[in-house]
Structure formats: structure tokens, C-alpha cells
Design a protein around this ligand. Sequence first.
Ligand SMILES: [Zn+2]
Length: 349
Amino acid sequence: MIEQLKTKLNEIENNYTTKLQNCASLKELQDLQVEALGRKGALTELLKSLKDLSLEEKKAFGPLSNEAKNKLTALFEEKAATLEIEEINKTLNETDIDLTLPSYPFEKGKRHPLEIAKKRMTDILKGLGFVWAQGPLVEDEYHNFDALNIPPHHPARDMQDTFFIKNTQKKDFVLRTHTSGVQIRTMQKQKPPIRIIAPGRVFRKDALDATHSPVFNQIEGLYIDKNVSLADLKRDLTLFMQGLFGPKAQVRFRSSFFPFTEPSVEVDVKCVFCEGKDQNCPVCKGSGWKEMLGAGIVHPNVLRNCGIDPEIYSGYAFGMGVERLAMFSLNIKDIRNFYDNDVRILEQF
Ligand SMILES: [Zn+2]
């Protein structure tokens, strides 16, 4: 019995060794491998008769069959490698590919001009001791309006100006109209001193034109401590503008009104294009100044709403549009250039 099996094993080994050497393609070789070593292949079928052998015979024949299987497997792999190289060479010869030609130039991506501007601004503010704070883009009415001393009749709460989101909890949510909610959330959970910036996207129902977009980026800042005054605000914002527009940048503060600050100011920078010398300057329209941001001393009501005693603490807040400052510092005339993703424009920065 065992002698018969040995003969059969030799036959299989010799037969397939010859056949695989004559294979002309990988496909043919794969089919042959299945025929020899597959689940229903010749060798597997032979091994099934092992069950009829005695223990002694199994011990003698087992290693022989394993050896044959390993030998054939190695031969198939070797032949497959040879055939693969032959097939690649054949394809290359037939298709006229010149592998010595240089490859197509690979365009490297770079930062978007808005990101460049935002990073410059936040870097300067970090240098002034501010830390970055974050909050939700979808905000509840309390954090977006009420806590900021924005009364129900304020136009910002009008459906025309704000994206409201109706909610099943019967509580209205809005796409945040400013990042001030982050200031409220920080004051609610952290005791002064507080010195944060809140950069991020905000949403208002503005039609898209050369200077307006329904989605834009803001950076707001908040500093709360004992004895913080308008003098601190003027110092820090002047340093910020000089960091952004150069040490000679001139800054002007004009009184203004916001519900959440008292007193409130608007901050202008001397036009960096005409320095106030060109009556026809298209950037400052001949005024010599460009409005950059709004700021002020945090209203006592806002502090009270956040559990901070306005008799002990005071602070300032400011908010600026990243796009507006970026347009001014990069001399971009149309805000839509930031969002159109025209590479010819974006690659200039
Ligand atoms: Zn000008």
C-alpha cells in the first residue's frame, strides 16, 4: 500500500514539475497550481488516502508528502516571479513608455490666505498673553443674545438678520452671529483673571457681495481682571495693530455703541495704502482711515449675568472680522475671492 502511494507521489511531483516549467502565462500557472495543490488538487486527493494507513506507515509517508508539497509550492512561486517579470517587460516593450522621462510637476498645497491672516492675528494676540478658547457653532439664544445684554427688540434678534433653528425642546437655537457666546461660557466656568481669544466662523443673513458674506470669520478677545480700564484696551489694541501693520501704524479710537460694552469704541487704522494723502484712494475712500474693529469695556450687566461681581472686576472685549482685516492687509478688493477657490488668486499669497 505504502509503496503504491510513494510511486503515486513521485508521479505527481514529476508530472507537475515538468508542466509548470512549460507554463507560458501567469494565468496558466495559477490554474495549474490549483490543479496540483488546490483543495481538490491531485496532491490533496492523494493525502486523503493517508487515513487508511497504519500509524507506522503514516509516520513514514507523512514527511515525504510534506516535502513534495513544499518543493512544488516553491517551484510554483519561483516560476510565478519569472513569468511576472516577463509579462511586465512585454507590456513595456509593446506600449512605448519612456521611463526615463521626468514626471509631471506635483503642485504642493499651501495655506489659504484667510488662514495665513488668521494665524498672524492669533500669533500676535498669543504674544500679548491671550489663550485660545472654543465654543459651539450652533448656540442657544441665551448665550448668543440674552447674556450679552442684547434686548429682545435688538435688530440682531430679527429673523432677517440671523439664522434661527427651531428645536423640539421649544428652545430656539441660532447659528452664532458672533463668537461672544464663547466669552460668556468662559466667564461662567472660570474665575478672573481671564484673558482669551475666540477665533471662529460666524453666520449672518447677509447677501454675498464684494464686502459681505453670510459666513465669515471672527476673532474676539476678552480680558477680565481687577482694575482693567480703557487704557489697557488702547494699549493692547495699538500693540496688536502695530504687530499686524508695522510699528508705524497709527490707531484711532472713536466712541460707539454696543449693548454688551460701555463705553464702546470703534478702532480705525491709518490707511496703509495712501497714508491719508490721496483724496481718491479706493481703499479708504479719501478719509485716510479704515475701520477695523469694535471694542469696549464689558457692560456690568454682562459680568453679572456670568456671576462676576462688577464692583470687584472689570474688563474689556473686542471683536474683529478676519476677512475685513485680511482684505485690508493683503489688498484684496472682493471678499468672494476668499471663497471662490480660484487657484490663480489663492497661489499669490
Ligand atoms: Zn487710503
